[in-house]
Design a protein around this ligand. Sequence first.
Ligand code: PRX
Length: 660
Amino acid sequence: MTDSIPAQSRAHEIAIESLLAEDRTFPPPAAFAAQANVQDPAIYERAAADLEGFWAEEAATLDWFKPWDRVLDWEPPFAKWFEGGQLNVSVNCLDRHVAAGKGERVAFYWEGEPGDRRVLTYADLLAEVCRCANALRELGVGRGDRVAIYMPMIPEMPIAMLACTRIGAPHTVVFGGFSAEALSDRLNDSAAKVVVTADGGFRRGKPSGLKVNVDAALATAPSVEKVLVARRTGQDVTMAEGRDVWWDDLVARQAATSEPERMESEDMLYLLYTSGTTAKPKGILHTTAGYLLGVATTHRYVFDVKPDDVYWCAADAGWVTGHSYIVYGPLANGTTGVLYEGTPDFPDPGRWWEIVARYGVTILYTAPTAIRAHMKWGPRHADAHDLSSLRLLGSVGEPINPEAWIWYHRHIGGERCPIVDTWWQTETGGIMIAPLPGLTTTKPGSATRPFPGVEADVVDERGEPVPPGEGGYLVLKKPWPAMLRGIYGDPERYASTYWSRYPGMYFPGDGARRDTDGDYWLMGRVDDVMNVSGHRLSTTEIESALVSDERVAEAAVVGRPDDLTGEAIFAFVIAKGDIETSEALGQELRQHVAARIGPIARPKTVMFTPDLPKTRSGKIMRRLLRDIAADRPLGDTTTLADAAVVDTIRDASRAGKDEE
Ligand code: PRX
């Protein structure tokens, strides 16, 4: 199956949106620039002139069991980086820091939602990771076996991830908010042998079950042989004899040392599933050396991390942001990090700022949707805490609207902290377009420049570069170390999704424009992928969840602009002939989607409609549906089979309202 990329007209929408010019600029403060990790702008030319030399120099900062023979082997679209080299990710993240006498440095300040706390030094973390690695080996996990991790944000989550890397078992982390069914799909696609989970996690003061979902998922996931269960909430769980083991029983009694596997550079490090334009999530495959190098380097340069920083990436490790910038990048750099289990407004909207003040956080990395939530709660919560330790702020997940950027700058950064708006994706592994904070003049809403060595462009339908100021499609023209190596089990889908639209160029699915300074402004997805609160959701996946309810004949899902979440899910539903539609049915369908995929996929609005606008060849015209959902003037309707349909839907839409 291939991901199709329709909606050419979306580029026009984008071009029009891009007329909203933002002209404020923020040069790096002199004092910041003077201490920055990167101060010489020649880094860009150096990397462009000698891509392999640039990355080879950076790669020398990692610990290798055996040096590589060759930096890059590029047979588009398949790249191999640092072939012949051998290394271990956990050794790079832990052992080498301990060996260098930094064992007492804090790796994580962990804070649970109820307020419990734990401090793990690098020495502590290494010991725990070794114990867990030994435990996994005892459960029969060997090099190459896949381990699924379905956990709350407790220290055991990064411990389990690192333990997998120690024994060469690729992990696949499934976000704890996903349903049993979504978990089961991922267990099956990856043929996972072991699941690491917890009894549950805390969410807004209440324990929510995880083990119960694992039990349900395992009914349809025969590859799983063992389940390792950490105790978090103390809630009742069922333990299957011979299959399920408590972390406390198995891990605690293991030795605190464990021989690391010597991994090849291109050995699989992990799989992470993400939504594409079809109903089937893609298992994005990352390998060992290039990925570690990419995240460590970008973390050091974009966040300007120093040994005495306290760095907090307020994401969940279940998403790629957490993989790259909570776990692997920061630990490879020996950084002290904060790990927080809960929501930003529990028990009140001051919680984050209390954490910043308590640990003296110096660098904060979060998503625009969270910033907008804080804006809504008001600056008084931040004002009530001492945020003077902060020196750099980051943003990721979706385009940041200038209003949120300025609020972040003023109320959180005290107008002194540079903001790095970082564009990247699960597939890119690490940051691709972002300021270097000691060099780059930032502009609210622009991710600014491609990272050194990244060659980007904005092109039209034919793949020709567009002039400055014009909207088009973002492409990447050179391979990079942390790039995905494929979609698990589906090389064809990998080639067709990312590399076929413009031969020789990587197409990430985003619209963009470049201004006359060469700065990039990202303008959202151009395919059938929505971005809700910085999380990617496929319209098709939600549609197929909707039609799996027997009362639904057809469904079309689009994203509608939303002040808080960026986009909100709007579902147009045609009920089967004999079904009476009602608000209650709409609620049931929303709940049905949440149960099938997870609460993040619950449509904000379900609108029943007698018909959907289709082209004469029967293709649903999503662009029109997007216009209707957003209550915008309709674009071109000439290819519509029955023009009356849109009027009917539009009237119904205007009469209806959000169901939340
Ligand atoms: O559309 C872009 C948007 O998020 C997509 C990637 O989503 P995901 O793989 O879930 O990873 C999110 C965290 C890296 C991109 O294709 N996106 C991410 N960061 C930005 C962004 N859009 C604009 N500006 C950003 N800084």
